[in-house]
Design a protein around this ligand. Structure first.
Ligand code: PEP
Ligand code: MG
Length: 603
């Protein structure tokens, strides 16, 4: 047995047979039943026929244009016919009884290994053509945009997904009724995939380094999302012990049930608002079941997980927003406008491989043309989203939330586009309701100028996930630096205090929607800093309520006052755990990763 330790990002236990997913390139391996082997072979043959027809079509066009690039495609047609490739893949399907995609990948690796031995640099460079041919074959095997669901169609229920990287877009598409949990080589606690896992109650461990290289497809694995462990080929006794822990976990969850329907009020009577962060329509079920006071953050870019950017018309968006507003009414829904970068917009749902591949002149990653910047650069797209939102606003309590705003100019420009959208609707004869507009405070420049924003918006929402990463210069998605991602860093706490004071001075409502609020140790401190309005993953709500009902706001203010004078994270952490005592320790033990990880790690 091997025991790998990573970052537990979604509690719970999963036991099952491993299904491997390599997103780079996107290849999944699973066993197929003997009766389905011929179908897999037929898929490969069909893909070959389609690819050949496409390549001949390209060849003919090249001839018409008198281009000498035609020879290149002759060579690709020859590669398609080479037994090393297709015949080899068919052989792998038959011998190993695996799916066509995986067999093709194996054949490609064999061919590339041969190319690597070739001395002649010209011939060696033909590797790119082989990969191109295989890419075409892969495309013609089917799937495309519906990748997640289709790809796992034949996977047996109760499997466990082991991935090199699981991007949020892919995770949003996976049929989780087939998988009991997942583990991945990369990731962190505030990466959107981890947030999604918690929302969906899927046990998950990330940042495991090379798990996808160690686990053999079909082997038995156990995921313990609370301990942050992946066991590979565990003996029967270990599986039994894990089953017992799993039952204990289910009992602990049930014990929280009665907190779902009772209000979040501190022991000394301070009412706290708890709303839900939502990515997928299914999250609404949990949000309502756990008694959320509405939706404090709907990450609307998750619409792109099921619909391509060009198909995301005003009507399609309108329907999605209307359905959500109606379901949540009369409680409010804060829809955050698209928070994607160029790369994600183009490649969704194939995934975001931030900063890995050359960008060809497009800026990528968190500091590039992202969120409000991207929307203002693509005003038609932005106006379409705003028109859809304003139309949907009639069906509930819509609040508009703008992400990644770094200066007042962006807010003002966004409001101009909002006015244009309203005028456009009025021209069409529609009545346009007035919608409250807010901004995310998640960039240090916005935090420092909270007072300026507070005067020009209806509400503010602190995004601690980004605020921490930009304040501390730590990539929140990079497991290698997750140690430095510290919500308890004095700079973070002082920034929060500054935001709270600035918003209060102007009298603008302020909420916090980052993952920090989901942590039972940090939540009382946030209350002590003066926050009373939170939005979190639905699954975190019952524990949050339990903690809130046991603490006194007046004590928390005293604790926060002390903490703000401390210099080191260790000191703060020690003092908090000692002062909050059993209340949060109990909650933490049952709901989140162990203390060390929770407070010091990538919370
Ligand atoms: C945040 O940054 O804290 C936040 C809530 O937004 P996201 O996690 O989607 O970046
Ligand atoms: Mg953010």
């Amino acid at each position: 047995m091997q025991r790998l330790t990573g970052i537990g990002v979604s509690p719970g236990i999963a036991i099952g047979r491993a299904v491997l997913l390599k997103q780079n390139p996107l290849v999944v391996r699973f066993p197929v039943k003997a009766a389905r082997v011929d179908d897999e072979v037929a898929r490969l043959e069909r893909a070959k026929r389609l690819s050949e027809a496409q390549l001949r079509g390209i060849r003919t066009r090249m001839n018409r244009d008198a281009s000498d690039l035609g020879q290149l495609f002759d060579a690709q047609i020859l590669m398609l016919q080479d037994p090393m490739l297709l015949a080899r893949a068919i052989d792998v399907v038959r011998r190993e009884q695996v799916n066509a995609e995986w067999a093709l990948q194996r054949a490609l690796e064999d061919v590339l290994a041969i190319f690597a031995e070739i001395e002649d640099p010209y011939l060696r460079e033909r590797r790119g053509d082989v990969a191109d041919v295989v890419g075409r074959l892969r495309m013609n095997l089917g799937y495309g945009r519906a990748a997640g669901r289709e790809l796992f169609r034949d996977v047996e229920e109760g499997s466990v997904l082991i991935a090199d990287e699981l991007t949020p877009s892919m995770a949003a598409q996976v049929d989780w009724t087939k998988f009991a949990g997942f583990a991945s080589d990369t990731g962190s606690r505030t990466y959107h995939t981890a947030i999604l896992a918690r929302s969906l109650h899927v046990p998950a461990v990330v940042g495991l380094g090379d798990a996808s290289g160690r686990v053999l497809p079909g082997s038995m694995v156990v995921i313990d999302g609370a301990a942050g462990e992946l066991l590979i080929d565990p003996p029967e006794e270990e599986i039994e012990a894990t089953r017992a822990r799993s039952a204990q976990w289910a009992r602990a969850l049930r014990s929280y049930e009665h907190y779902r329907s009772i209000p979040a009020v501190t022991a000394d009577g301070l009412a706290i608002t708890i709303q839900a962060n939502v990515e997928l329509p299914d999250d609404l079920l949990f949000a309502q079941e756990y008694g959320a006071d509405g939706v404090g953050l709907y990450r609307s870019e998750f619409l792109l997980a099921t619909v391509s950017p060009d198909e995301l018309s005003e009507d399609v968006q309108y329907e999605a927003y209307r359905a959500m507003l109606q379901r949540v009414a009369p409680a409010p829904v804060a829809v955050r406008t698209f928070d994607v970068d160029e790369e994600q917009l183009v490649s969704w749902p194939q995934g975001l491989e931030r900063g890995r591949v050359g960008s060809g002149g497009r800026s990528r990653g968190p500091l590039g043309l992202r969120a409000i910047r991207l929307c203002l650069a693509h005003r038609d797209m932005f106006r379409t989203q705003l028109c859809a939102l304003l139309r949907a606003a009639r069906h509930g309590q819509l609040r508009l939330l703008l992400p990644f705003v770094s200066g007042i100019e962006e807010l003002r420009e966004a409001k101009v586009v909002l006015r244009e959208a309203a005028e456009e609707l009025e021209r069409r004869g529609e009545t346009v309701p007035v919608v409250p507009v807010g901004v995310m405070i998640e960039i240090p420049s916005a935090a420092i100028t909270t007072d300026l924003f507070a005067r020009e918006v209806d509400f503010l929402s602190i995004g601690t996930n980004d605020l921490i990463q930009y304040s501390l210069a730590v990539d929140r998605t990079d497991a290698r630096v997750s140690r430095l991602y510290e919500p308890l860093h004095p700079a973070v706490l002082r920034t929060l205090r500054h935001i709270v004071r600035a918003a209060a001075r102007v009298g603008t409502p302020l909420a916090l929607c980052g993952e920090m609020a989901s942590d039972p140790v940090l939540l009382p401190l946030l209350i002590g800093l003066g926050l009373t309005d939170f939005s979190m993953s639905p699954s975190a709500i019952p524990v949050a309520k339990q903690v809130i009902r046991q603490v006194r706001a007046a004590d928390m203010r005293r604790i926060a006052h002390h903490v703000l004078r401390m210099a080191t994270i260790a000191e703060i952490e020690h003092y908090l755990l000692a002062s909050l005592g059993d209340i949060v320790r109990q909650a933490g033990d049952q709901a989140l990763p162990p203390d060390g990880e929770r407070v010091k790690g990538t919370t």
